[in-house]
Ligand binder design. Structure first.
Ligand code: ZN
Length: 359
């Protein structure tokens, strides 16, 4: 509890503007942004992170953030967003209705920051622990009025020349109602298709589609390799950084949200710590590659989690099995990081990334 009093007081006193390490950030402020790593912890509000911090003897990687801002998450249709509308807001800069993937309130097609980066000749990537066709990654590459149409979402991975994608969802590509085998079509476009982490580790360059589970990957508490997300982040960065023009990649810790829906604090903490390992790899990459911006945020909070005084033995309380409307922190590191302070709309994030990355 004590850990939270100071940061919260600082947030309030500073008008919700926190400048953690002004010197380090100033050193990077003048370097143009060439690479952007956007990490989304699905359902990760401040209390989810607080719980993970309490569970860890060491500081979390995310505590290295140079600047912190806040974003408001409401969708065009609802005070409380879902992952589709929030993903679309973070990908395209347009608020839409809950359930929409990459389309506006009138279902017209939007253009995502990933698609704009690919069109400009940058390398692009998506990494998740859920199906790669699930709402958050889908919002960066697909355009469908209904998030549940995941076979249509899978087909749209062929429409953008994305360099690297990794996650679950193999059946959406290979066991489809229309009988198509999209993996064959991806191979014809030059993709290396891999089905295991070992195969993925053996790839050093080129276009990659890693379909590592039929549906979602296992949960951390269900046996997922606790280094999967961190290692896959490393592999994505290794391959994407071979493009001299730069890259955009979105990396999702997909299952923090599920822990919130299940009101399962152990799952929330395990998945948040897993996500934080990927954040650490991204920050390390930014240290080694000047011109790299890392933005870490969430799409919304899930579970209404609080961390009450535990006089009655309760350490964590959930207030709902759904999402909430609480604003979400944005943690930023590297080149251009100072552009993400203050109170933002979720739609401001891709707009600011575009201004910095696509000159
Ligand atoms: Zn959810």
């Amino acid at each position: 509890m004590k850990k939270w009093i100071l940061p919260l007081a600082a947030l309030m006193l500073a008008g919700l503007f926190v400048q953690c390490k002004p010197k380090a950030a100033a050193e990077t402020a003048e370097i143009p942004v060439k690479n952007v790593i956007l990490l989304i912890g699905d359902g990760m509000g401040l209390a989810q992170l607080g719980a993970a911090m309490e569970s860890s003897d060491l500081p979390l990687a995310i505590e290295r953030a140079q600047f912190v801002g806040l974003q408001k998450t409401a969708s065009a249709s609802d005070r409380v967003t879902d992952s589709a509308a929030a993903g679309t807001a973070l990908a395209t800069g347009t608020k839409t209705y809950n359930g929409a993937i990459g389309v506006g309130p009138d279902t017209t097609r939007l253009v995502s920051i990933l698609e704009k980066a690919a069109a400009d000749g940058l390398s692009t990537g998506l990494v998740a622990t859920y199906r790669i066709t699930h709402a958050t990654p889908a919002s960066f590459i697909a355009h469908v009025p209904d998030r549940d149409n995941e076979e249509a979402i899978a087909a749209q991975f062929l429409d953008t020349d994305i360099t690297f994608f990794a996650g679950g969802g193999r059946r959406m590509f290979e066991q489809r109602k229309d009988g198509l085998n999209l993996s064959d079509e991806l191979r014809a476009k030059g993709y290396q298709i891999v089905y295991t982490q070992e195969e993925l580790n053996g790839i050093a360059s080129g276009k990659v589609a890693a379909l590592l589970a039929n549906s979602h990957l296992p949960e951390i508490l269900g046996g997922r390799d606790p280094m999967y997300l961190a290692r896959t982040t490393d592999k994505a960065l290794e391959i994407l950084s071979q493009n001299g023009k730069g890259f955009f990649v979105m990396i999702e810790g997909s299952m923090i949200d599920g822990g919130g829906h299940d009101n399962d604090i152990d799952k929330v903490i395990a998945e948040t710590l897993d996500f934080d390992r990927a954040v650490g790899r991204a920050f390390d990459f930014a240290d080694a590659h000047p011109g790299t911006l890392v933005v870490v945020t969430a799409d919304h909070e899930t579970g209404g989690l609080t961390i009450p005084a535990n006089g009655r033995g309760v350490e964590y309380l959930f207030g709902t099995e759904g999402h909430t409307a609480t604003p979400i922190p944005v943690y930023v590191y590297g080149a251009g990081a100072e552009s993400f302070t203050g109170v933002m709309k979720n739609t401001d994030i891709p707009k600011r990334i575009e201004t910095l990355l696509l000159h």
